[in-house]
Design a protein around this ligand. Structure first.
Ligand SMILES: [Zn+2]
Length: 92
């Protein structure tokens, strides 16, 4: 499976906006596209922070969610808890 293919296939019904090398220094993001000034695709600042945590901690989504207080959590559980704790901007 290529990195590009991961962006083209939703995981658990969620669009993949970013992925990172756990414990490494690589991260990849879906390109931001705008249509008449309205963002309709791409990573948020919170997504960039989320991927940076993978780089920094070396943890995958389940272990990172657990460290954030969500046992058995998934990728989509991480940004809401980061927003709740004012680590990233809350979605509009
Ligand atoms: Zn993640």
């Amino acid at each position: 499976m290529t990195i590009a293919s991961k962006f083209n296939h939703p995981v658990n019904g969620e669009v993949v906006n970013g992925m990172a090398q756990n414990g490494g220094d690589e991260a990849y993001y879906r390109p931001v596209r705008r249509f008449i000034g309205i963002k309709y695709s791409g990573p948020s600042g919170g997504d960039v922070f989320h991927e940076a945590l993978h780089n920094l901690t070396g943890k995958g989504d389940t272990r990172l969610a657990e460290q954030l207080g969500i046992p058995g959590g998934r990728s989509q559980d991480i940004n809401p808890i980061l927003a709740k704790n004012d680590c990233i901007e809350k979605k509009q």
